[in-house]
Ligand binder design. Structure first.
Ligand code: C2E
Ligand code: CA
Ligand code: CA
Ligand code: CA
Length: 278
């Protein structure tokens, strides 16, 4: 019996080691991936609930591998967040998004770009300075960028985060609370910080059915957001039923596979042009 236990432990242990060494391997490759321009940005449409017209696009990072597969951002971003390499990734993302926004403008789509920021970006004075240098004071270009941040990212080191968010907001950038409802939401946080938008987490949208708890949460969140002068985006909209219900509830914007998945910039532009005609 003890023998079996020992071999079970060995299996368990080697599984853990495998996981840990895979993470270490990713961590060691992040910097060179950045220097070699291995990352790619994909863009997912955010549309008006009312008429499905394009409002903006969320930039989502991709890390293609030589064998044609991708390492998912859910896997490598948390690893990047363990060191300052995340700050360099965020700066790269911002640069890439500026270029791609120019291409959108050239195609007749002067839309907002949403960029995901990490807790470490919000806590880093240099990131704010970088934005200042890149965009200058309160530029009309900055107004076209929205930073998506989670509640937990804002809550760690609140005073510092608040200072940085205020300074960033003064430059013209807006903030959207990502994955709203999944963290420890605090109403005072919404009042204290310069927040312009709330993004309802897709878990609520996907489970929403008339009369259930998720439905009530979505309805109350839309009400709350509007009471705070914030707009609301629903993410993870996958069906016509969900889309229509969100429109009924007064949700301002929608995003999800029902409209489009995240696509490379050229395809995102083509898809949006086709949608605009049809
Ligand atoms: P997120 O910010 O919550 O992004 C939404 C995720 O939901 C994306 O996954 C998107 O592809 C996926 N999604 C969109 N519509 C639907 C839908 O209708 N149904 C379902 N089931 N999923 C949908 P993705 O691209 O794999 O990104 C995962 C997470 O990685 C993001 O979650 C974000 O936290 C992080 N991430 C992605 N790009 C970046 C980035 O450039 N910087 C940072 N710091 N984090 C990023
Ligand atoms: Ca997001
Ligand atoms: Ca989200
Ligand atoms: Ca998320």
């Amino acid at each position: 019996e003890s023998k079996r236990k020992a071999s079970l432990l060995a299996v368990f242990d080697s599984g853990l080691n495998k996981d840990a060494s895979a993470k270490l391997q990713i961590a060691s490759r992040l910097e060179s991936a950045l220097n070699n321009d291995e990352f790619e940005m994909h863009y997912q449409a955010i549309v008006h609930s009312e008429n499905h017209e394009l409002h903006g696009m969320e930039a989502l990072i991709r890390w293609p591998q030589s064998d044609g597969s991708f390492i998912a951002p859910d896997l490598f971003i948390p690893i990047a967040e363990q060191s300052s390499v995340i700050n360099d990734i965020s700066k790269w993302v911002l640069k890439q998004c500026r270029q791609d926004r120019q291409r959108l403008i050239n195609a007749g789509m002067d839309v907002r770009i949403h960029i995901n920021l990490s807790a470490r970006d919000l806590q880093n004075q240099n990131v704010v300075k970088h934005m200042q240098q890149e965009f200058g004071q309160a530029s009309s270009e900055a107004e076209k960028f929205v930073f998506e941040v989670t509640e937990s990212a804002m809550m760690s080191n609140l005073e510092l985060v608040k200072t940085n968010m205020m300074a960033t907001s003064k430059l013209g950038f807006e903030f959207s609370v990502d994955d709203f409802g999944t963290g420890y939401s605090s109403l005072s946080l919404l009042r204290e910080l310069p927040i312009h938008q709330i993004k309802i987490d897709r878990s609520f949208i996907m489970d929403m059915q008339n009369g259930n708890t998720e439905h009530s949460i979505v309805r109350s969140t839309i009400y709350l957001a509007h009471a705070l002068d914030c707009s609301v985006v629903a993410e993870g909209v996958e069906t016509n039923v969900a889309s229509l219900e969100l429109q009924n509830l007064g949700c301002d914007f929608q995003q999800g596979y029902y409209f489009s998945q995240a696509l490379p910039i050229d395809k995102a532009i083509t898809a949006s042009l086709i949608n605009a005609i049809s």
